[in-house]
Ligand binder design. Structure first.
Ligand code: GDP
Ligand code: IMO
Ligand code: MG
Length: 431
């Protein structure tokens, strides 16, 4: 029986998951999303074109691979239809290559309003959500009042009406104005019809059958481990388990069916939305990372906060998911830096520690190690032997501190700008 390899973000999201899933896809038969929803924005660039995927797995552009939207995902029919139609118009018809779990939960129009209302009443402590209704949809799932994809074929009108009325009562209590609902609802119902044209499956059976017939599966994470509902910087997190364990519940596979775990991180760090960020930079260096890295949200366009690489956090997230191979992204953004800082420890009330604390309060101060920058253009390199010494040192330093090998370094947004450091650590059959 084959195992499921998992690729997930180790920071606060936007590490470059979409790009690497696309790069690794030729080695797999099935690519499956297991959590999150259209709060994700996964960017792929190839042949001079750029695509941003929100709900559709990043394996969709490579040949005859099957893409699965798993039960752990929350699906907004309107955004799904927009995304799928845009892909169809650009020549990528998904109908034969995408299957959707009947157990995935539906994001209703009213969930979006509740998301906005809950942010509005928070005053100063807003999470800065993507506004896509993610939290309220997972709330309904846990409260056992959600609507699932499979409900479309089972007394759907009544179930929808009941959920909507419950939501409207809540919105009234929040005194939140519900404007434009009728219009949104009409669009949503039309999108439900479009969704029905796709194949619905029991993704747990589908994936386990595939594994039994030796088909290879790559699970694609969304968000990042520091946004995990249990282990992230709570309450400034998303509402799903973004760590590897989420893959078991989000696809219906057993823990022992997990194979390699690819953990992906940027050579520095970013965060979008509110919440603590110990290595955040508020000076021109932060500005430089933001402008060279084009650090603006792919979904919301929001400016991403930028800072140095945080190894205390990275060790923690590598531990949480049992990461077996690291993938380092966007090292090219550091190409012009004379020196580069990396946080190796935290200092908390005068004590140096490598422990990731319960809360990242103002008492948490990063302790930095300064490394030499390589100060040359790496974006056209293809052979790791040609890496400048300072970049090799940077890689060796991170590997030494984390204790896991870096298998890929990414030096630009394009599919081609991807360099395998240890080809033997890549999935079998990888070109
Ligand atoms: P995801 O959510 O993890 O898939 O990441 P996003 O797509 O939200 O953000 C990553 C951004 O960095 C996108 O704009 C990518 O095109 C871009 N990107 C990915 N890898 C690299 C890289 O190695 N270098 C540079 N400069 N940009 C990259
Ligand atoms: P990808 O998959 C970066 C952040 C939001 C907010 C918090 C909660 O592209 O890496 P939510 O709408 O999920 O309730 O918002 O999580 N967030 C992301 N940040 N990348 C993402 O996805 C994110 N998805 C959610 O900014 O702080
Ligand atoms: Mg993103």
């Amino acid at each position: 029986m084959e195992q499921v390899d998992v690729l997930l973000g180790l920071q606060w999201g936007d590490e470059g998951k979409g790009k690497i899933v696309d790069v690794l896809t030729p080695s797999y038969d099935i690519i499956a999303r297991f959590q999150g929803g259209p709060n994700a924005g996964h960017t792929l660039e190839f042949e001079g074109k750029k695509y941003i995927l929100r709900s559709i797995p990043s394996g969709i552009f490579q040949g005859d691979k099957v893409n699965v939207i798993g039960n752990g995902v929350v699906l907004d029919p309107i955004l799904f239809a927009e995304e799928a139609r845009a892909l169809s118009e650009s020549g990528h018809d998904l109908r034969k290559r995408l299957v959707i779990s009947r157990k995935a939960h539906l994001i209703l129009p009213t969930h979006r309003f509740i998301d906005a209302a809950q942010e509005a009443i928070k005053g100063g402590a807003k999470i800065g959500t993507t506004g896509k209704g993610i939290g309220p949809t997972y709330t309904d799932k846990i409260a056992r009042t959600g609507l699932r994809v499979g409900d479309i074929h089972s007394d759907f009108a009544r179930k929808y009406q009941e959920a909507k009325e419950r939501h409207l009562t809540l919105l009234e209590a929040y005194r939140y104005p519900v404007e434009g609902l009728a219009e949104l609802e009409a669009k949503w119902m039309e999108a439900i019809k479009y969704l029905e044209e796709f194949t619905f499956v029991d993704s747990e059976e589908y994936i386990n059958d595939a594994l039994r017939s030796s088909r290879r599966v790559l699970a694609e994470g969304a968000q990042g481990s520091l946004l995990d509902i249990d282990f992230g910087s709570y309450p400034f997190v998303t509402s799903s388990n973004t760590v590897c364990a989420g893959c078991c519940t989000g696809l219906g596979i057993a823990p022992r069916s997990i194979g390699q775990v690819y953990g992906i991180f940027k050579a520095y760090c970013t965060r979008v939305g509110a919440g603590p960020f110990p290595t955040e930079l508020f000076d021109e260096t932060g500005e430089k990372l933001c402008s060279l890295g084009h650090e603006f949200g792919s979904v919301t366009g929001r400016r991403r906060r930028c800072g140095w690489l945080d190894l205390v956090a990275l060790r923690y997230t590598v531990m949480l998911s049992g990461v077996t191979r690291l993938i380092m992204m966007k090292s090219d953004v550091l190409d012009t830096f004379e020196t580069i800082r990396v946080c190796t420890d935290y200092e908390i009330r005068g004590e140096k520690t490598r422990h990731f604390p319960y809360e990242l309060t103002e008492d948490v101060h990063p302790v930095y190690r300064e490394l030499k920058g390589w100060q040359c253009d790496t974006t056209k390199l293809t052979d790791p032997n040609d890496f400048p010494h300072a970049l090799k040192d940077y890689i060796a330093f991170v590997e030494g501190e984390i204790g896991v090998p870096i298998s890929i370094v990414s030096v630009g947004p394009d599919r081609e700008q991807t360099i395998a450091l240890h080809p033997e650590l890549l999935p079998e059959g990888h070109a």
